[in-house]
Design a protein around this ligand. Structure first.
Ligand SMILES: Nc1ncnc2c1ncn2[C@@H]1O[C@H](COP(=O)(O)OP(=O)(O)OP(=O)(O)O)[C@@H](O)[C@H]1O
Ligand SMILES: [Mg+2]
Length: 355
């Protein structure tokens, strides 16, 4: 990744021998097509997860390819951007192959569906046949399955977490305001808002990883944070050791926790050899094992397939009475499925609320 957004999008065009006079306009057009025109002059190190994903998509679209291979292109895009991107991709005239864990939107655009499981092609069929087959064999891929434990009725009255009047500024960025937030034991709150609106920032403030510029945060008990890109922070050579790090090396507790997130049998696997969904669940185990009172999960469904998402929703609901849970998510279906209520961040499209 180059240091600036404009250079990153221009890189591929330069390699294709695009006349220098045309590069900037083409790069700007590609960024605009994914709602990222405002990022042109930004350093790549100062982008949110979804802003980075938009940049990568713009870099691919700028080359005007005839074949677009997209591996979970919308996993970090907010719902509006995800819908817009799929429209854009299908209007390029390219043949488009998309692998997706949020399949509802791509299914609406697809002509054909290939279903892979355990390294085998289980289905290769036109869309209408595929939808019938999915309804029968993997209904979660058509929509979340409803039999979740009822939403919490045991919400305690004293908040575990209160954020009031918060604002924050990154080193070279403008100050922006964040919404009021209260979280009580027993409830699951979804934090939603456009890419770049400040959701991850609020998650870090709430768990004490960042200090606010103004405002007050009150927290009772221990906080645990699952980061938006947890794969980057795994340090040991075995999944069980990674989880045991949080509990003084207790491998017994680590194994139990791995089983709770559906990773029994993965104890001795190298964290870096896991799929992104498995890594996401490993990172979740690392946080859950410490039994935090305030649990903050930043994009916990990234790379997680719909059946595992249903399981994750069930796990969070079953465990909800033990703590307060804040789920930061761009996955609107998951938010509706898991949360008791929703708090929105940001002023509007893709901008934090400036103060
Ligand atoms: N390390 C950083 N340095 C400078 N600016 C940053 C940094 N990280 C994020 N920002 C900026 O701060 C704002 C809020 O970013 P944040 O990561 O909190 O957004 P988000 O709502 O989590 O977005 P996404 O849905 O894409 O994950 C954005 O304008 C972003 O570009
Ligand atoms: Mg984020």
């Amino acid at each position: 990744m180059l240091t600036h957004v404009a250079a990153e999008v221009a890189f591929g065009l330069e390699n294709l021998g695009t006349p220098p006079g045309e590069i900037r306009a083409q790069a700007a057009a590609a960024l605009a097509s994914v709602g990222a025109a405002h990022l042109l002059e930004r350093p790549t190190s100062a982008l949110s997860g979804g802003e980075l994903q938009r940049l990568c998509l713009a870099s691919a679209l700028a080359l005007r390819p005839r074949l677009l291979l997209l591996d979970e292109p919308t996993s970090q895009l907010d719902p509006e951007a995800a819908a817009a991107f799929l429209d854009t991709a299908t209007r390029t005239g390219a043949a488009v192959v998309i692998s997706e864990q949020r399949p509802a939107r791509p299914l609406a655009h697809a002509f054909r569906v290939v279903f892979l499981a355990g390294g085998r092609i289980e289905l290769d069929a036109p869309i209408a046949d595929a939808e019938r087959w999915l309804a029968l064999h993997h209904p979660s891929f058509l929509g979340p399955q409803p039999e979740l434990p009822a939403q919490s009725d045991e919400v305690s009255s004293a908040p575990l977490l209160t954020c009031r009047g918060l604002s924050f500024a990154y080193a070279d960025g403008p100050p922006f305001a964040l919404p009021e937030l209260e979280l009580r034991r027993g409830e699951i709150v979804a934090l939603v808002g456009p890419n770049g609106s400040g959701k991850s920032t609020l998650a870090r403030l709430a768990t004490g990883l960042l200090e606010p510029r103004t405002g007050k945060i009150e927290r009772l008990g221990r906080a645990g944070l699952l980061l938006q890109d947890p794969g980057r922070y795994l340090v040991t050579e075995r999944a069980e050791e990674e989880v045991a790090l949080g509990v003084g090396g207790d491998l017994g507790r680590a194994r139990q926790q791995l089983a709770r997130v559906g990773l029994a049998g993965f104890e001795r696997r190298h964290p870096r050899d896991l799929s992104s969904g498995e890594r996401e669940r490993l990172a979740l185990a690392c946080v859950l094992v410490t039994e935090p009172e305030v649990l903050v999960l930043d994009e916990p469904t990234r790379g997680v397939d719909p059946e595992r998402k249903d399981e994750l929703a069930r796990l969070l609901r079953v465990e909800a009475p033990r703590r307060g849970t804040l789920v930061v998510t761009n996955d609107d279906v998951f938010a509706a499925q898991v949360a008791d209520r929703t708090v929105s961040v940001g002023a509007g499209r893709g901008e934090p609320a400036l103060v």
